[in-house]
Design a protein around this ligand. Sequence first.
Ligand code: PLP
Length: 392
Amino acid sequence: MSAPDPDPTPRRAAAFPGGTALFRLDPAVAHLNHGSFGAVPTPVARVRQRLDEEAAADPDAFFLGVPGRLAEARARIAGHLGADPEGLALVANATEAANLALDALRLERDDEVLVTDHGYGTVVAAAARRARVTTVAVDPELPDEQAVCAAVLAGLTPRTRVALLDQISSPTARRIATPRLLAELRERGITTVVDGAHAPGMLADPLAGRPDLWFGNLHKWAYAPPGSAVLAAAPAYRARIPAPVPSWEDGSGFPLAVEFRATVDYTGWLAAPEGLDLIERLGATAVRAHNSGLVAHGAGLLAGIPGVSPLPYDETLAIRSLRLPRHLARTQAEAAALREEIAARLGCRVLVWSWPDGGGIRISGQLYNRPEEYERLAQGLGELLEGKRPVS
Ligand SMILES: Cc1ncc(COP(=O)(O)O)c(C=O)c1O
């Protein structure tokens, strides 16, 4: 984590050779928001299409083979993530994973779950449905990992049983559940649940710090089809994770009981390992360096807009957040309106997040992005914000 550069000079960044052609995105739009919904590269889509054709040609053979093929897919994914395949289950998304993880903890209504105000809405809601939630305010401007760690630890109370923390926060792109913070929590007897929605494909070691329960989306940075995520559980929790819909494999236990849902479309999960394979084929280090370099270039340009200031960042990540002028995006409705205005007027897809004392903008860097797209955003946003100056 580095403090914001007071005078950020945009780094030289270049397009990834062949990167744009790997995706089917509309070239008229600058897709600078990979972090929200991801995008499926053509090689992954082709694998999925072949699976779909196989299922159409002989449904009996396809569906009877699903348990074995899930095990193969899981093993390939576990290999890429550095996870124990016995402790990893395919699930639909981070939100489903959060619900299953929290069920495994068998919380009582009076148990306290600690979250931060950077936590993702659906994940925090999953905790609030089961227990008492304590929200720790972590100032988005805190300078470094140590300060974030201290802020979270200061929020513990004698009743805190669980810490449910982002590995990389959605609005602010902050590293929160670092190995160091996880170790501190473990020392205090707190169960750790990590929301690693952005980790697979973005971090080299997504399970670093070995939390008790961890989940990550494959459909963001790991290039899997939508509806692909994983939940990893330490041995003590595996048998307690319920099947979202108990089905014929319920007796098989974790992970197959959690994964198997009778006759549904499994092609996305079975094609998911192809996304991580693709990253390896392209060179994981080169992909990450490209994405983080490009987003740094974009953040540098945005930081040149009057009233826009970078938040402290981790330079290895492919997402960055910047604060907008304080009178903007104070509510979700204001943030959504600004996001739509940016899309309509500039043809740029970005995340605009709300914060009570002024929200921000989050951009992503991906193989399909080019430096010119950030230049278009920065130029257009500067003009757009100029027209939104507060009347004094
Ligand atoms: C940190 C974080 N957690 C959870 C989610 C929810 O992911 P999903 O919509 O796949 O459930 C997101 C989605 O953007 C996220 O950024």
